[in-house]
Design a protein around this ligand. Structure first.
Ligand code: NDP
Length: 629
């Protein structure tokens, strides 16, 4: 409506014009989205999705605008000086990829042949991060440039750099423009320019600058606000269903729903005591000053958190402790006979933890909040996790819960099921099926803890806040549903021939190889993109300063690690046979989880990397399974 009453407005909504990029003399093709008569600012969108507000004087008609094509062989230094302030080049670039990025299509799909021609002629240009404060943005060119240099030196990777590789056109200095007053729309909202001087920015101001996490928040997933309510109810109900179902003699869908036990059957103070003791024991192992202190990826603030990655030590000590307890006559089959009560106790702990996390997140600074859990809706943020890395001093709650009590508890429960099987079936040793399930899953956990540092570059650690979703997942879902195969085998023996054992082991090893190699490759690359061991890999540079691997494992499919994980999941279900669907639950759930996770990651990466991500997707066409999906 606003744009309807603007008879003197030069550009109309939908017009394709050339817009100046802040702090430079570069003009890029932009589409006019809106005009605000009050502020006399046009809202425009660049081809990589960046929206800015521009003054009319910073916009020119595309027709008659002289496109200047520049050679790619120019030195970065020259490139920088020509483009004045923010242009910069990446350290590593693949010429093939750079060319591809350069010719990336306009995102709204209105590419014309004329545009294509221009795109081909244009040069890949990387622009500097926009200043974080409006005050800094309102500074002149020199200040802007200095700030960028400083930022670049301090942190090469944490910057929010905007790439304008398409149709960049440089013009001479605009005499009419003394100071840049182009405003970055998404970060500013409609706020008036702030008068604060950069030098006076104290801690409070810095918090304010980083505060509008909600305005940067990523689109809602999991069905949004309504979905959050659904998942909050459904997930516990589903775990209850599985736990009751696996206890049945015939756990088939025909016996749905399983009979509900009396309410008091859920509560066992001793079970709660064991759960709390186990968590405290793991917490103690976590804080032991042994093992490496690893750095996480840079946060939005540019800071990197340190994590004590002594998970392997924790699982080794836990195994010794469990062995000693069994040796002392502790009957671990208690875990089998009190599975429901242990599940309920863990659920209680997860809920209390989630409430604590949500409450403390209300006092967290804006820069500490997770973009994915900052919708402003209580249920959604409670579910998704509002604070990114909640810590009590150096104790990182999310990292601890992700890697320790549930994961190591999973192995403990599996081991208890092997003992329960021997007891129930009168065996001297666990069955082949039980051994395979135990060993496969133990390998998975031990490998995860051995390579614990690698979790620091996963979605959970980097992007997801710590709330009910992860707390419940870590403390209830993983230990009490991933163990269902072992639980199932206790009273549903499945004989395996030796060839079948060999085939399943082979499948597991193939899956494990793909999983480990691909995860390690990405982790090594993210930690040190200049690692000589990775120099043979092709990359796509992106506007954020990070690059994307486009050969090696990450050139086969977009999520090779998921492929390996799925093959392993198959190997975990096969030992349980085909009599019931229940032991296949993990496989089915995991397909759904990873397909959804892949979709979440795709949209997150699309948002982060823009046209570079599109190019990656064009080059690596399949998501998880080559030539299939
Ligand atoms: P990934 O480890 O695949 O991490 C995704 C991130 O990797 C992206 O957001 C992006 O982050 C980066 N990335 C994507 N493509 C590339 C590329 N081509 N080059 C370089 N970096 C790239 O995702 P997850 O955290 O989901 O999974 C980690 C592991 O955990 C997987 O093996 C998965 O199977 C497993 N997993 C297991 C679960 C279980 O319950 N058993 C549950 C969930 C996961 P950026 O660019 O910001 O670095």
């Amino acid at each position: 409506m606003r744009s309807m009453k603007m008879p003197t407005v030069r550009y109309q909504n939908g017009d394709m014009v050339m817009g100046r990029w802040p702090g430079s003399n570069l003009y890029y093709e932009v589409k006019v989205l809106d005009f605000d008569a009050k502020s006399s600012l046009y809202t425009v969108i660049y081809k990589d999705g960046t929206e800015l507000e521009l003054k009319e004087q910073d916009m020119k008609n595309a027709s008659g605008f002289q496109t200047r094509s520049r050679s790619r062989s120019r030195s970065p230094g020259r490139r920088r000086s020509q483009s004045r302030s923010p242009a910069r080049t990446t350290r590593r670039s693949s010429s093939r990829m750079a060319a591809a990025v350069t010719t990336a299509a306009i995102t709204d799909g209105v590419t014309s042949s004329r545009k294509d021609t221009r795109l081909k002629d244009s040069l890949e240009i990387r622009l500097s991060p926009l200043p974080q404060t409006k005050a800094a943005e309102n500074n002149g060119n020199n200040k802007h440039e200095k700030k960028e240099e400083k930022q670049k030196d301090e942190n090469n990777t944490a910057n929010t750099v905007n790439e304008k590789s398409e149709a960049a056109v440089e013009v001479g200095p605009d005499k009419t423009q003394g100071r840049y007053n182009l405003r970055r729309r998404k970060d500013d909202g409609d706020a008036k320019p702030v008068e604060t001087k950069p030098k006076q920015l104290g801690e409070k101001d810095a918090k304010l600058a980083a505060a509008p996490a909600a305005s940067l928040a990523t689109p809602l997933d999991f069905g949004g606000k309504i979905g959050a309510y659904f998942w909050l109810l459904f997930l516990p109900a589903w775990v209850l269903f599985l736990v009751l179902q696996v206890n049945l003699e015939d756990p088939s869908l025909t016996n749905f729903p399983p009979p509900l036990p009396a309410l008091e059957a859920f509560w066992d103070a001793q079970a709660l005591g064991f759960v709390i003791l186990w968590i405290l024991f793991q917490a103690l192992l976590y804080i032991l000053p042994v093992g490496k202190l690893s750095e996480g990826v840079p946060l939005r603030s540019g800071k990197k958190l340190k994590y004590r990655t002594n998970g392997f030590c924790a699982v080794a000590v836990s195994s010794l402790a469990v062995a000693a307890a069994v040796h002392q006559g502790v009957d671990l089959t208690y875990i089998h006979s009190h599975f429901l009560q242990l599940t309920a106790a863990s659920f209680l702990v997860a809920v209390l933890l989630s409430v604590y996390l949500y409450v403390r997140s209300q006092y967290a600074a804006g820069e500490q909040l997770a973009l994915g859990g900052s919708s402003g809706n209580v249920a959604y943020d409670f579910f998704k996790g509002h604070e990114l890395n909640p810590r009590i001093k150096e104790f990182d709650l999310k990292f601890f819960c992700e890697m320790r009590p549930g994961l190591i508890g999973w192995c403990l429960i599996n081991f208890a099921m092997a003992l329960a099987e021997m007891k129930q079936q009168g065996l001297d040793a666990p069955s082949y099926s039980m051994i395979l399930v135990n060993l496969f899953q133990l390998l998975y956990v031990v490998d995860g803890l051995w390579n614990e540092e690698a979790i620091l570059t996963t979605m959970d650690l980097m992007h997801d806040g710590f709330g009910f979703m992860l707390a419940f997942g870590d403390l209830v879902w993983v230990p009490f549903t991933y163990t269902l195969q072992a639980y199932y085998l206790v009273s549903h023996p499945n004989h395996l021939s030796l060839p079948a054992v060999a085939a399943i082991v082979t499948l597991k090893l193939v899956g494990f190889y793909i999983f480990r190699k691909s995860n390690s490759e990405k982790n090594a690359f993210r930690r040190n993109p200049s690692d000589p061991k990775l120099s043979h890999l092709q990359i796509i540079p992106t506007a954020t300063g990070k690059s994307l691997l486009v050969s090696g494992w990450w050139g086969v499919v977009r999520h090779p690690n998921y492929l390996g994980d799925l093959l392993m999941a198959l190997a975990w279900s096969l030992p349980c046979g085909f009599s019931h669907l229940l032991p296949w639950y993990y496989m089915i759930y995991f397909i759904i989880l990873l397909v959804h996770r892949d979709a979440r990651d795709m949209s997150e990466c699309r948002r982060k990397y823009g046209s570079a991500w599109d190019e990656y997707c064009r080059t690596v066409r399949y998501r998880i399974i080559p030539r299939v999906y």
